[in-house]
Design a protein around this ligand. Structure first.
Ligand SMILES: Nc1ncnc2c1ncn2[C@@H]1O[C@H](COP(=O)(O)OP(=O)(O)O)[C@@H](O)[C@H]1O
Ligand SMILES: [Mg+2]
Length: 370
């Protein structure tokens, strides 16, 4: 029997949990009319919270309704890739090869596909014209564009996409756009001129799964793999994972590997350190990359003060970093914007990522040796 857990970024889980509101609203929107506000989505949240696999679920929902899915990523030259390869490939899939006559398909529409064959006749294709060509081949269905890692997108590319998309919406065409990225980067991009239209998209910030959802995933994934959880085992795993989707998969994976048949609380406690260390290298370290020293100092102060509590008072943190209150407020605001801390109640701060306090405390020891 193979380990059924998938602690891999971008890998869809064997058993899906939660996020029902987004999935249901999106399904309804796809089924609805052009211009439905929920056809334009921005999903943001921390690393490992489940943005990429959620985009994949949205793609599946659209595909089930017969929609065409165009997948893009902010890490590459997305407009060029869409215009020059992704969309032409879809058009070729849908349109019959030239020469064969099929009723119901406009041959003029195909002309622009092979612009290289008729130089000087067709204008240079744009994202908008390409999408119109593709939409022209569909009836009763539309086109969903998904953009992952949108925090890394080039601002010009993103505003280009925004303009083309808005153009199609204005003509009541069946299009949908779902974007996902890290909270901080998404905020930064949406503040730029040129992306105004995207600011009107429905925004969903992903938080942790509920304990019930985490439990359901753990139980359902392990079941049928030959190594089910016992009651205390699943309780311990839910507790350790703290609803954080990547940890749910990781804890499940490690506990499954270390168990000898049924996954017990003992199996889970044995893998705790491994899980927290892996979380450190896969999530904490990359999340702290590029965070300026003043903000790191603030985070370290929170880590020192928080102990085993849920949160700590921001005035205590301000005092610990030796800053005047308004300076500390500024740093705190930036960290809130990065999604690294939260304010669970007035005047309190807590970490968003589980085990970040442990990471910062152990990391400090390492730093001091240097
Ligand atoms: N709703 C969910 N149910 C079960 N597992 C999930 C869910 N969302 C995410 N995961 C798991 O969490 C991990 C991280 O998901 P991913 O989409 O790559 O995160 P992100 O893109 O936000 O960094 C993957 O192993 C994925 O299978
Ligand atoms: Mg991702």
């Amino acid at each position: 029997m193979k380990n059924p857990f998938r602690p891999t970024f971008g890998a869809s889980p064997y058993y899906w949990a939660g996020r029902r509101v987004i999935l249901d609203e999106f399904a309804r929107a796809i089924d609805g009319y052009p211009g439905d506000p929920t056809r334009s989505l921005i999903i943001d949240g921390a690393r490992g919270i489940g943005k990429t696999v959620l985009l994949t679920e949205l793609e599946d929902i659209a595909a089930q309704q017969g929609w065409i899915v165009l997948r893009a990523t902010g890490r590459h030259d997305m407009i060029r890739t869409l215009v020059e390869s992704t969309i032409p490939m879809k058009i070729r899939e849908l349109a019959p090869p030239p020469g064969r006559k099929v009723t119901g398909v406009s041959i003029t529409g195909l002309g622009s596909v092979d612009t290289e064959l008729t130089p000087g006749v067709d204008p240079t294709p744009t994202l908008s014209s390409r999408l119109r060509d593709l939409l022209g081949l569909l009836s009763g269905a539309g086109v969903l564009i998904t953009v992952d890692e949108v925090q890394d997108a080039d601002p010009d590319n993103l505003s280009h996409l925004a303009v083309a998309y808005q153009d199609l919406i204005r003509d009541n065409l069946e299009v949908s756009l779902a974007m996902a990225g890290l909270t901080h980067g998404v905020n930064r991009l949406l503040d730029l001129p040129g992306t105004t239209f995207l600011r009107r998209a429905r925004r969903f910030e992903l938080g942790p799964l509920t304990d019930d959802d985490a439990r359901a995933t753990l139980l359902a994934t392990a079941e049928g793999s030959g190594r089910p959880f016992d009651n205390a085992g699943v309780d311990a795993a839910v507790h350790l994972a703290q609803g954080y989707p990547y940890l749910v998969q990781l804890v499940g994976y490690l506990a499954w590997s270390s168990s000898g048949g049924t996954i017990t609380a003992e199996d889970v406690s044995v893998v705790r350190q491994d899980a927290v260390l892996t979380m450190g290298s896969q999530v904490h370290a990359p999340s702290l990359k590029g965070v300026p020293p003043a903000q790191i100092a603030y985070l370290r102060a929170v880590a020192d003060l928080i102990g085993d509590e849920e949160s700590v008072s921001s005035s205590a943190v301000a005092e610990a970093v030796g800053k005047r209150p308004n300076e500390a407020t500024d740093t705190r605001g930036k960290l809130l914007d990065r999604g690294l801390i939260e304010s669970p109640s007035w005047g309190q701060v807590s970490f968003t990522l589980p085990y970040l306090a442990e990471f910062l405390r152990s990391n400090r020891r390492v730093t001091r040796v240097n």
